[in-house]
Write a protein that binds this ligand. Structure first.
Ligand code: PLP
Length: 443
């Protein structure tokens, strides 16, 4: 616990913390951002990201066979990059100008898992499965990985267990892929996890164990139970390198899409990327990858709900994962369930602290409004945590001196809103979210 004195001294150092504690939407520009030349060495390197991309390539034949919906893309899991001109027009009508081009990276439509967790979560399970098979001598790296769909392999993996603590999407991704490989999978969820997610997992043969309390407690219980079993492996959202690596590959894929669309990123053409942030793994991995590719010409911002500013609190105070939002009196209650995180990932936050340009926060009501507006203008549904919240990023940055200070030609900017989930959400839920958003629009 943090004493009142301690918190007061944080506030004195960084007055924005007072506004964060008062649940006001804020934008914080990162004073510790390093340029490419000053970047410290990280535990993860560019070569690790490239090796991760190769793992995905080895598994492509597995995906074609196990998930026929990936056949058309030759077993690659990728999502479209879509220019959202109508939404830009609407936003520009309401307030400050969005300059430059405005895109949505549609990870809400990633195959199989319908969320960005298909990058991190799938990667970690595939990485573990490959390692087990290599060690057991039943696989070589140049084999055709369609072999992972054989009965022999399934029986081999059925001796092993995978556990994960999750409010939803991480559990979904880990559960779905683990069950397909043949692992015995257990997902530990918090009390507020959505019923349809639990039902979906159980329908795939995944064990779902529910816990009272929030996400951190579900993780804690899951970690203890899983680690006590020598045949079990725990996917640890609060400190995983593998999850992070899986997300970095998204940056390589985006770079390819930008190149194919003839979109320049250089000192005269800045790239801005806005990512919704929970523990900080997915936005951190994406930012790490983009920085490796574009260096100082990419500007990464995270967005968190005003009630769950976990990474923001960790970075503003410098306490990283030692501090939780509850420590500064914030309740961690938001409808954006994928972002309802009180304490950031230690590993991801330490890395992001050097990379990102800033973090802004958004209120739930605003989030629902944007969700409805995106439906109306672009016919794209995002779940609340996939947050449409990224959509106001350019306007938030425009309120600051960031562009002038960094000498950026904003008329040449490309803005990418990273949409992170939505496709698996059932119709009745979508309608509810949309209607709530419509009533916010009317207000
Ligand atoms: C998990 C998730 C995020 C945030 O990712 P973190 O790694 O927790 O920061 C954002 N959006 C959706 C839809 C998610 O499922």
């Amino acid at each position: 616990m943090y004493s009142k004195n301690r918190i007061d001294s944080f506030v004195k150092h960084a007055p924005v913390l007072k506004e964060i504690m008062d649940l006001k939407p804020v934008i914080w520009l990162n004073p510790n951002k390093k340029s490419k030349a000053e970047m410290p060495a990280f535990p993860i390197k560019k070569e690790d990201m490239e090796a991760a991309a190769q793992l995905w390539e080895r598994f492509a034949p597995f995906f074609v066979k196990a998930f026929p919906e990936t056949t058309e893309a030759n077993g690659f899991l990728e999502s479209p990059l879509k220019e959202i001109q109508n939404m830009k027009l609407l936003l520009n009508k309401e307030s400050e100008q969005i300059q430059g081009r405005f895109f949505l990276k549609c990870d809400n439509a990633l195959p199989i898992a319908g969320s960005i967790k298909a990058r991190g979560g799938f990667f970690e399970v595939l990485h573990y499965a490959e390692e087990l098979a290599l060690k057991a001598g039943i696989l070589k790296k140049n084999d055709d990985y369609a072999v992972f769909t054989t009965e022999k392999f399934k029986q081999f993996f059925n001796k092993y267990k995978i556990g994960v603590g999750s409010t939803g999407n991480l559990g979904l991704s880990i559960g779905i892929i683990s069950a397909k490989i043949g692992f015995q999978a257990t997902v530990y969820v918090s009390a507020d996890a959505k019923k349809w997610k639990k039902d979906l997992l159980r329908s795939k043969g995944v064990e779902v164990i529910e816990f009272a309390g929030d996400f951190s407690e579900a993780i804690l219980a899951g970690r203890q139970k899983t680690n006590a079993d020598p045949m079990a492996y725990f996917v640890d959202d609060e400190n995983s390198h593998e999850l992070f690596l899986g997300y970095t590959v998204g940056a390589l894929r985006l770079a390819k899409q930008l190149e194919e669309a003839n979109i320049k990123v250089d000192s005269k053409h800045p790239l801005f990327v806005y990512s919704p942030c929970g523990v900080g793994g997915s936005p951190g991995g994406t930012a790490f990858g983009l920085k490796q590719i574009y260096g100082d010409n990419v500007h990464c911002l995270f967005v968190e709900p005003t009630h769950s500013p976990a990474v923001l609190t960790g970075l503003v105070t410098g306490e990283m994962s030692n501090i939780s939002v509850q420590d500064i009196g914030i309740d961690n209650k938001t409808e954006a369930d994928g972002l309802a995180v009180g304490r950031p990932s230690h590993f991801a936050t330490t890395v992001s602290g050097h990379l990102i340009s800033g973090i802004y926060t958004i209120e739930d009501e605003h989030l629902f409004k944007l969700l409805a507006q995106l439906m109306d203008t672009e016919k794209i549904f995002l779940e609340p945590s996939a947050t449409a919240a990224g959509l106001v990023g350019p306007q938030m940055v425009a309120k600051t001196d960031y562009a002038t200070k960094n000498n950026l030609k904003m008329e040449n900017a490309t803005h990418i809103i990273w949409a992170t989930g939505g496709d698996l959400v059932p119709n009745e839920e979508r309608k509810m979210f949309y209607e709530r958003g419509r009533s916010e629009v009317a207000n």
